[in-house]
Ligand binder design. Sequence first.
Ligand code: GDP
Ligand code: IMO
Ligand code: MG
Length: 429
Amino acid sequence: MTNVTVVGAQWGDEGKGKIVDWLSERADIVVRFQGGHNAGHTLVIGGETYKLSLLPSGVVRGKPSMIGNGVVIDPWALFEEISRLEKQGVRISPDILKVAENAVLILPLHSNLDRAREEAAGAAKIGTTGRGIGPAYEDKVARRAIRVCDLGDEEILRLKVDRLLVHHNALLRGLGQPEVVAGELVAALLAIAPKLLPYSSPVWRDLEAARQVGKRILFEGAQGMLLDVDHGTYPYVTSSNTVSPSAGTGSGMGPSSVGYVLGITKAYTTRVGEGPFPTELNCAIGQRLGERGHEFGTVTGRARRCGWFDGTLVRQSVQIGGIDGIALTKLDVLDGLEEIRICTGYRLGDQVLDYLPAGMRAQRDVVPVYETMKGWSTSTHGARSFDALPPEALAYVRRIEELIGAPVALLSTSPERDDTILVQDPFSG
Ligand code: GDP
Ligand code: IMO
Ligand code: MG
């Protein structure tokens, strides 16, 4: 038995939440290791919908859950989420949730800066979620961030806030915005500290203890590989590494702990925010995918851009991310289409490419090379076995496996937890 790391293989919103919830029945601990409340993971259980942003999706089943050091935490957003879930009957306490003491905090000045920069950028904006993710990670690597553990030491906290504001107030003056008052920020942090500190823990030690007794760990990635700060469509990316090795660095475990890498992959493609999207469909089919797939962002409510499945990009994710197998989701959204296209490569001028180059110009200008497959008219919605799939749907699944070079380990056919077909148990390696 091995651990499992779930990552998104496209631009996010592939259905990670549903799959993590489903897999968490077989896991002992669920761990988030990067990103923050820019994530929006939706679970549907017996008709009830749960929306998670910062909390690992295992909490809904009451599984021990951890927020690793690689996550950026807005403590106010965390407690809003906890109380929202408590209203839905999900109990969250320090017995089941641990937050890494060395995780970085997102402060109000980060979300304000995120939004101010996006507004100022006009057409050059990234289309961020406005949650302060980028500015918080910038402060982390600049070594001036406030971390969870700082909340327990008022003297250090005051010192660190003063240092942080030397930078941020200079920036705010430059933007013509009011400066942050150190005393007010410290007061706000000291007010939230008694709520957050009971959850604070050396998560790396908790995980080491779990490893020693053979517990099964499920790492829950946020965003997707094409939003990775190194490997994604830079600069239209998020500010963390969304690739599978982050499960180790973002939680405090060695590389072998990552285990089986499961890439969550939508049967078509969506993207929310700005940036290149070679297979985007600005036509009735794109609109139809958006409507049938309810493609509206969980976090910001923005309509997601929709397009054909891009086999070239997913193959790139499989190779860069060491993806062992995929969970193919939302196959049912393609029901009723006469023809379905799959991107198998790109043309760029007179070149034919089997990958997406890194340059902004190339990413903007590549033209997809398509293969056309027959669609199916019968419904796959809610199918619970491969035998229940029409032959054309099965052929589509097989072609995807071939193109990306990875097998389908799980297939999802509706938002409901149990409408999931298990082909190969990722925990069995
Ligand atoms: P995540 O960010 O990767 O967790 O994905 P989101 O939750 O943001 O978006 C995925 C959406 O698709 C959610 O509304 C899910 O309930 C829904 N979903 C997941 N799997 C399926 C599926 O197989 N079929 C359909 N129709 N919807 C699905
Ligand atoms: P889940 O976990 C889809 C996108 C934003 C924007 C870019 C940068 O639900 O799959 P950020 O706020 O992170 O600085 O925004 O990344 N983005 C996501 N898109 N799903 C997500 O998370 C995303 N998290 C960030 O739309 O384009
Ligand atoms: Mg999402």
